[in-house]
Design a protein around this ligand. Structure first.
Ligand SMILES: [Zn+2]
Length: 390
């Protein structure tokens, strides 16, 4: 499934012809339409558009063109990413395909890794050397003092020693500053840390608040792993922007509490696949549905890269079981994250002036089969084909 450098289209002009196109999550589908990308930007979409001479044309025969997918919760923390500055380009490109581009992702948000290493990987992608998604990164996350999650016991010692566990608000702000200086984009807090399978330690509110304020001062979004009511309350009171997971222990998270989150314009990334084996999965899905029904913004993410199984099918199945239709899921994959990251003026839709980021499927998700979203034919970023199904 690895696209060699030679077969990749380094397209100045790219056209996708005879496609079903969803220009946005709420627009009716265009049939037998063509999408033209010039110099990385979409220049035309429609049934009778002119394809510039010399454009590489992908004859699509009814394939389905959507705006490029985001996965707003991934991690570049497996040992295979180590020394990203010096690993062979083909190896990194193959890994990016297996983990991300093969599932249609053109933009990803790394919610915690060795920031220096992830930024080295990003540099090689952005230089054009390696085909891969746009990466936003949190760098190293911040944990409650003396309360690392038990499931991180296995992570490499070198990374473990870098994990933030500030004991004072000043230390928390300084830790954020250190990440920002490296070039990170968001801040990730464990406001509820699962120290044992049945024990959750919340982050002290003054620490969470100091980290969030410092991140906001630098224009960063703040993501939190909430775990339960207490961890969610700390996130809400600290001014966190995004819950990187639905709270997995839902007890006490009632309607007034969810309304408060919505009123504060918090975003939630459900990561339902992560919880799909839990006894409480039905309650977690209900909570996600309730939050959405109240007007809360949902964004797609799966914890890919913490979960070593990269398949996205279960997430789509769970979202469907949570009562979300394909257009709502498409919004979670495209317009909602673009709005969250304040790039909606040129990302998230298939329209002239938008960046040439497209996910092309062989099956129409309107069919009602939630895993149609996993039937990826091409992943195109900035007019360049980063993945094609063989
Ligand atoms: Zn995660």
């Amino acid at each position: 499934m690895i696209t060699s450098g030679a077969s990749r289209l380094a397209a100045q002009n790219l056209a996708i012809a005879d496609a079903t196109v969803y220009t946005s999550p709420h627009a009716p589908a265009l049939h037998h339409a063509t999408v033209v990308i010039h110099d990385g930007t979409i220049t035309a979409v429609g049934q009778h558009v002119h394809v510039p001479q010399g454009a590489d044309t992908l004859q699509c025969n009814g394939c389905v063109v959507l705006a490029g997918f985001w996965n707003a919760h991934v991690h570049f923390m497996e040992p295979k990413w180590d020394d990203a500055a010096h690993q062979p380009a083909e190896k990194l490109e193959g890994q990016l395909q297996a983990m991300l581009t093969h599932s249609g992702f053109t933009t990803v948000v790394d919610c915690g890794s060795d920031g220096e290493n992830t930024i080295a990987l990003r540099r090689r992608i952005e230089s054009g050397e390696i085909a891969g998604p746009k990466i936003y990164t949190a760098g190293v996350p911040i944990f409650p003092a003396h309360a690392l999650p038990y499931y991180l016991d296995g992570i490499p010692v070198a990374l473990r020693s870098k994990l933030g566990q500030p004991e004072t608000p000043a230390e928390a702000a300084a830790f954020v500053d250190k990440n920002v200086a490296l070039g990170t984009d968001i801040t990730k807090l464990f406001t509820g840390s699962i120290v044992k399978p049945d024990q959750i330690t919340p982050m002290a509110l003054p620490i969470a608040r100091a980290a969030a304020e410092e991140a906001h001062r630098h224009g960063q979004l703040v993501f939190a792993h909430p775990s339960n009511l207490e961890g969610t309350r700390v996130a809400v009171e600290a001014g966190v922007d995004v819950l990187a997971h639905a709270p997995e222990a839902t007890r006490g998270i009632d309607e007034p509490f969810l309304r408060k989150m919505v009123a504060q314009h918090m975003t939630m990334i459900p990561t339902l696949k992560l919880f799909s084996q839990d006894k409480t999965i039905a309650q977690i899905r209900d909570l996600v549905n309730q939050f959405h029904t109240m007007g809360g913004r949902l964004v797609y993410g799966t914890d890919t890269g913490f979960l070593p199984d990269y398949d996205q099918s279960e997430e789509f199945r769970q979202l469907s079981q949570a009562g979300l239709g394909f257009r709502e899921v498409l919004a979670m994959l495209t317009t909602a994250p673009a709005e969250l990251f304040k790039v909606a003026s040129n990302q998230g839709k298939v329209a002239p002036g938008m960046r040439g980021d497209l996910t092309v499927l062989t099956e129409d998700p309107a069919s009602g089969d939630p895993i149609a979203f996993t039937k990826v034919l091409y992943t195109i970023r900035g007019g360049r084909v980063n993945f094609r199904a063989q």
